[in-house]
Design a protein around this ligand. Structure first.
Ligand code: PLP
Length: 374
């Protein structure tokens, strides 16, 4: 009898989904990991025009259209002064597929992948799907990942360490010094640094820096996407960039699993990347205002919460039974342990929700906090 593969049996559907299923229809949802803004009109229009012109009927090149790869390359020059050859980019089905390509191409069975705990749910699952061994590491008090902790966790069996800034589920942003350290560690230990930068533009203080800027070897690969920056989660368009020898390996996985990213999405992404950035700036301003509302509300409720400096999440410490109490009262939040063992005792709140709803949710949270503390 054909049994299911061990690597798949080790993975279950994300705990986030379970919370959504438990929520009532009228619940205020602070569990969602996507912006509540429309995709910019010029991006939608570019896809429609490409479809109507018949440009999206056929496969594109495996790596993606030259147009979208040139737009991605120009973005790295504009944002970081980095020279990225369009040949060293693969357009993928969202950042998710890009993460999968990196791990499939670099992790041998049993090799270790170090990642933040609490951290984005895919790191653990995709490591297992690549037959690797997950090695979650705890975070600092401010919820950033300490380069020293990464360095300590590296063994002869380590294939990859994951850096995610701004981070899901914490909203934490790594400093430039940390990013320099991550690059040094990748260089000195000859271990691949996978930098997940899907929230790179959603930063409230300073700017995002990438380990790719500081590495002296080709031991950094970067994953990013249109999903969060341009509110394009449904379009499924992300990418991975790295040295040519790494891209050629990742392309082997992409070619057979995916052939190419969806053509209409590639046209939309090209327009988003090359078009006006005001929609992004307006969205980030709105997130910052909401971040402040959420911080005030949580602190008034007596909860301890490190100040998130990016993305659209906050991760307060919460008393036992808090998440169930909040959910019972009609506000969806995600228990921190859905993001790893060290997330226990915290909850993730997403503020990709309108201000009025946020304020109502915070009133309910204050009440639920009082009750759980009694
Ligand atoms: C940290 C992080 N990386 C990657 C992804 C995947 O993004 P995409 O929707 O582009 O697949 C997400 C989505 O929530 C995320 O939070």
């Amino acid at each position: 009898m054909t049994e299911f593969a061990d690597r798949v049996e080790q993975v279950s559907i994300s705990g986030i989904r379970k919370v959504f299923e438990a929520a009532g229809e009228d619940a205020i949802n602070l569990g969602i990991g996507q912006p509540d803004f429309p995709t910019p009109a010029h991006a939608r229009r570019a896809a429609i025009e490409a479809i109507e012109a018949g440009d999206t009927d056929a496969y594109t090149s495996n790596k993606g259209t030259m147009g979208v790869r040139e737009a991605i390359s120009a973005k790295y020059d504009r944002d970081y002064g980095l020279e990225v050859d369009p040949e060293d980019v693969v357009a993928t089905a969202g950042g998710s597929e890009a993460l999968h390509l990196v791990l499939e191409a670099h992790v041998d069975p049993g090799e270790e992948v170090i990642f933040p705990d609490p951290g984005f749910v895919s790191y653990d699952a995709l490591t297992r799907i690549a037959s690797g061994t997950p090695k979650p590491i705890p975070l600092r008090e401010d919820l950033t990942m300490d380069p020293a902790a990464v360095e300590e966790a590296i063994t002869d069996d380590t294939a990859v360490f994951v850096v995610n800034s701004p981070a899901n589920p914490t909203g934490a942003v790594q400093s430039e010094d940390d990013m320099r350290e991550f690059a040094r560690i990748a260089d000195e230990h000859d271990v691949l640094c996978l930098s997940d930068e899907v929230y790179e533009h959603i930063v409230f203080e300073g700017t995002h820096r990438s380990p790719l800027e500081f590495a002296e070897t080709d031991n950094v690969v970067v994953v990013s996407a249109c999903s969060k920056t341009y509110s394009m989660t449904g379009w499924r368009l992300g990418w991975v960039t790295g040295s040519n020898r790494r891209i050629e390996r990742m392309l082997r996985v992409h070619q057979y699993a995916q052939a190419c990213a969806s053509a209409p999405a590639q046209y939309a992404a090209e327009a988003a990347l090359t078009g006006p950035h005001e929609p992004v700036e307006e969205m980030v301003e709105a997130f910052e205002e909401r971040r402040d509302i959420v911080l005030d509300g949580l602190e008034d409720a007596g909860l301890e919460v490190p100040t998130p400096k990016g993305a659209f999440y906050a991760m307060p410490k919460v008393p036992e039974g808090w998440c169930a109490e909040v959910l019972d009262r009609g506000v969806v939040v995600v228990p921190g342990d859905a993001f790893g063992e060290n997330g226990a005792g915290s909850a993730r709140l997403s503020y990709a929700t309108g201000t009025e709803e946020l304020k109502r949710a915070l009133e309910i949270i204050a009440e639920a906090t009082r009750v759980t503390r009694e």
